[in-house]
Design a protein around this ligand. Structure first.
Ligand SMILES: [Zn+2]
Ligand SMILES: [Zn+2]
Length: 264
């Protein structure tokens, strides 16, 4: 049982996370006795009362607690309006905690999502919406209090045609991981990020997650040398012993356009 790690999930996420963590010799076991949807879910219902980061951490802690194992993993995804108010973005977090060693490391993916929602009123608009949807992406159909989840495109098509006699229907992505190929791909990328972070050990005390997350501004202007707000160095701080390492970014100078002196 030494290398067994508990994953808190109800939607078969362990097999998405497992490949990235193979290198650590971990055997993942799913804990499904806890209804993670009570911590907030996508397909309507419960509203979230914690941040995504808190939620992932809480799930990881629960996984360890419920299994009695040292290491627990919890994941949490969220969808929000993208930067500059454009498009939909998906944030996936996978938190891994070791309760006996006393550390927590979180891997992340953040990027654009194809997730959409349509208000449809006839067969023509329905057809148009369905052509945009990726294969194997399941859908949610809603009309007033009427709600059907986990529909294939064909099922959504037939159901929408029936419901049009009562008025407009809203069609949207079912974003639960087992029903969304895009989300599964993003979770895998978050798992890869987690693996990279777990590999980086503190040079002083060997605690994992020694990652240069902290951005220090001050990259000098290429023309006048004044410090700009762009990142000059990245800093890793050990969560356990506080050991700190600072590394320069690839760029040595900032473009004039970011300079308060040259381009006020
Ligand atoms: Zn300048
Ligand atoms: Zn350390």
């Amino acid at each position: 049982m030494k290398n067994t790690v508990a994953v808190l999930t109800r939607h078969d996420k362990a097999r998405l996370i497992a490949p990235a963590l193979n290198q650590f010799g971990w055997q993942l076991t799913e804990i499904d006795s806890f209804d993670t949807d009570t911590l907030g879910s996508f397909a309507g219902g419960q509203s979230r009362f914690m941040t995504a980061q808190e939620c992932a951490f809480r799930k990881a802690a629960l996984a360890a607690e419920l299994s009695g194992l040292d290491i627990g993993i919890g994941s949490e995804g969220s969808f929000t309006v993208g930067p500059f108010g454009i498009g939909t973005y998906n944030l996936e977090l996978i938190c891994c905690i070791n309760v006996s060693a006393g550390w927590a490391v979180t891997g992340r993916f953040y990027g654009p999502s194809l997730a959409q929602q349509w208000l449809l009123k006839d067969a023509e608009s329905l057809q148009q919406a369905l052509t945009d949807i990726e294969p194997d992406q399941y859908l949610v159909l809603q009309q007033g209090n009427y709600l059907k989840k986990a529909l294939t495109a064909a099922q959504a098509h037939n159901l929408a045609l029936l419901r049009f006699s009562y008025g407009e229907v809203t069609l949207s992505y079912d974003l639960r991981a087992h029903l969304s190929p895009e989300r599964r791909f993003h979770i895998q990328q978050a798992a890869d990020d987690l693996a990279r972070r777990l590999q980086r050990l503190c040079p002083q005390c060997a605690t994992p997650g020694f990652w240069p997350d902290k951005a220090l501004p001050g990259l000098p202007c290429e023309a006048c040398g004044v410090a700009t707000s762009l990142t000059r160095q990245r800093q890793a701080v050990c969560q356990r012993c506080g050991y700190t390492e600072t590394e320069p970014v690839a760029a040595s100078h900032a473009s004039q356009q970011y300079c308060q002196e040259c381009n006020p």
